[in-house]
Design a protein around this ligand. Structure first.
Ligand SMILES: CC(=O)N[C@H]1[C@@H](OP(=O)(O)OP(=O)(O)OC[C@H]2O[C@@H](n3ccc(=O)[nH]c3=O)[C@H](O)[C@@H]2O)O[C@H](CO)[C@@H](O)[C@@H]1O[C@H](C)C(=O)N[C@@H](C)C(=O)N[C@H](CCC(=O)N[C@@H](CCC[C@@H](N)C(=O)O)C(=O)O)C(=O)O
Ligand SMILES: Nc1ncnc2c1ncn2[C@@H]1O[C@H](COP(=O)(O)OP(=O)(O)OP(=O)(O)O)[C@@H](O)[C@H]1O
Ligand SMILES: C[C@@H](N)C(=O)N[C@H](C)C(=O)O
Length: 492
């Protein structure tokens, strides 16, 4: 159903009331409103949204209903009637806001006519989700999780916003504790589920990486036995995940990787500074493509993407062409050329998140990127969070990847990164400070024309401050994307 201007109608008053068991506070019928979006935040609500009031650690969303309606929200779902609203305000009264959001999500999923591809894994969820979207957009109406909305609120919100006539829905599932993915999977009911990889990420609430594998395997819990599980054949936990899929009754378990028994098998690849040329065999179909993101890790993720496209009934050749159009996004590998008074330097912004495996992968990409004349390879690193008792050793262990990558200087901030800093050869040590705010000006002072500067850290380390300080050096404040042009490329 669409509005007169062609926008998808996601919810009518009657459908939302039926889904949530909600009622108008007056006891009358829920009214005649329609919603073209769903929001849980009055600060970003859009005209036509259905605003769902959640209770959080800092606020009670009910307090923002009037604001949401004033901004054009079509209606609000509330656990209590906010004071001061007219008696005919478009409200649905429910027991609990989050439960109502989950109800909307579940009903939306049941009504979907297309295929759902769910993505989890220790790293690469968002990248894989974005790649799937780019691959499937040309093949049918494709809907995907926005950004990183992957938790117990983000996933039902994502489902509640899903147009039910989508041909493909790509839903990201995240966790940092056991028992979180299972309920999300039962809500999402994936037709195809990918586990990108299992690594020491979010270790804090697990006693072992095997525990993380088991938590990721919960993604099978919501699947029908006819669904397809897609696993990383090169990962040491492959056998454990395969066994879990079988226990869940799944018969179709496909794998990807360089392993010679992988269903999507890497045949050949050459890695360059900003892209890779890949030849792969996807269940007997030979494809060659240019992947416009650098690093072997992205090459391996792309095999999982193509296999998922195949499992969802899409066209692999067309999907492979989509992989040449991907662009790294802010905080996740976006490259900028920053113009100084004389010459320029390249900034690789990886400030969104960090874990041992992803920092090591970024070090390799830094190593593949040749500095310009007189330039150096510089890494600027903030603490990797949520690693529990192994944090110190996992930070120190990053010295080897940066040495192997030929990094010239490493700047660090945060108490955990001290362990890496102390492990580096003296010549590689830039500076170490307590936090990103104090490191930012030191890095800005040190950088010079020709340098390649990679900035990475967990979100909580706020490495965006360093990125901002480097962008502020731009001579005319017009730093340009530097994903493809003019970057020096080196072969494998
Ligand atoms: C509920 C919510 O969305 N909160 C966001 C809000 O927080 P804030 O502190 O302002 O308010 P409250 O939560 O107390 O507010 C209650 C509601 O009131 C609304 N509200 C508030 C003020 C106002 O003026 N108007 C309002 O309407 C408010 O929107 C609430 O609905 O804003 C913060 C800043 O923008 C957000 O950070 C906060 O988001 C929370 C943290 C959240 O979890 N949001 C999800 C929708 C989500 O999916 N977020 C993802 C990040 C997911 C993530 O971290 N994933 C992990 C793995 C999962 C781990 C899991 N166990 C977990 O702990 O989450 C991963 O590694 O990927 C995202 O934002 O990207
Ligand atoms: N297979 C992989 N191996 C190692 N690093 C990877 C792999 N896939 C992606 N990465 C790196 O991991 C980091 C996070 O990527 P991405 O945002 O896609 O992961 P994510 O699982 O969505 O993370 P989060 O949920 O914590 O936001 C990036 O630096 C990315 O380059
Ligand atoms: C913010 C969340 N999506 C995340 O990525 N967390 C890890 C710990 C990080 O910030 O590196």
């Amino acid at each position: 159903m669409k509005t007169a201007s062609g926008t998808d109608i996601l919810w009518t008053a009657a459908d939302a009331a039926a889904a949530t068991n909600g009622r108008h506070p007056s006891g009358r019928t829920p009214g005649r409103w329609v919603a073209t979006g769903v929001s849980i935040d009055s600060r970003t609500v859009q005209p036509g949204d259905l605003f769902v009031a959640l209770r959080g650690p800092n606020f009670d969303g009910t307090a923002f209903v009037a604001d949401a309606l004033a901004k054009g929200a079509a209606a609000a779902i509330v656990p209590a009637v906010p004071p001061g609203l007219p008696a005919d305000a478009p409200l649905l009264l429910v027991e609990d806001g989050l439960t109502a959001l989950e109800d909307l999500g579940r009903v939306s999923r049941l009504n979907l006519r297309g295929k759902v591809i769910a993505v989890t894994g220790s790293v690469g969820k968002t990248g894989t989700k974005e790649a799937l979207k780019a691959c499937l957009d040309s093949q049918g109406k494709t809907y995907a999780t926005t950004g990183n909305l992957n938790n117990h609120m983000g996933v039902p919100l994502t489902l509640a916003r899903m147009p039910v006539d989508s041909d493909y829905a790509i839903i990201e599932l995240g966790m940092n504790h056991a028992g979180e993915i299972g309920p999300l999977s039962r809500m999402v009911k994936p037709d195809v589920a990918i586990i990108t990889t299992v690594e020491a990420v979010h270790l804090e609430f697990f006693s072992s990486v095997e525990g993380i594998a088991d938590a990721k395997a919960e993604i099978f819990e919501g699947m029908d036995p006819n669904g397809t599980a897609i696993l990383n054949r090169d990962n040491p936990h492959f056998a454990r995940l395969l066994a879990a899929a079988r226990t869940q009754g799944l018969t179709k378990v496909w794998s990807f990787g360089a392993h010679d028994q992988a269903d999507a098998r890497l045949v050949d690849c050459s890695l360059h500074a900003t892209s890779s040329a890949v030849t792969a065999d996807i269940r007997g179909e030979r494809v060659q493509y240019c992947l416009s993101l650098p690093g072997r890790h992205h090459v391996l993720n792309s095999l999982g993407v193509l296999l998922a496209v195949k499992a969802a009934g899409g066209d692999v050749g067309s999907a492979a062409r989509g992989l040449s159009q991907l662009q790294a996004i802010k905080g996740r590998g976006m490259r900028r050329r920053v113009q100084l008074s004389k010459g320029s330097f390249t900034l690789i912004d990886e400030s969104y998140n960090a874990s041992p495996v992803s920092v090591a992968a970024s070090a390799t990409v830094l190593g593949k990127t040749d500095p310009g004349a007189g330039g150096r390879r510089i890494a600027v690193l903030g603490d990797m969070r949520e690693l529990g008792g192994q944090g110190a050793s996992l930070h120190a262990g990053l010295a080897e990847p940066f040495k192997a990558a030929g990094a010239d200087l490493v700047f660090c901030c945060g108490p955990l990164m001290r362990h890496l800093f102390d492990r580096l050869p003296a010549a590689m040590r830039g500076r170490h400070t307590d936090d990103s705010a104090s490191l930012a000006p030191l890095v800005a002072d040190a950088v010079r024309a020709g340098d390649v500067v990679m900035v990475k850290g967990s979100a909580g380390s706020r490495m965006g401050a360093v990125v901002e300080a480097l962008l502020a050096l731009d001579h005319d404040n017009q730093a340009t994307r530097a994903d493809a042009p003019a970057m020096a490329a080196s072969g494998t």
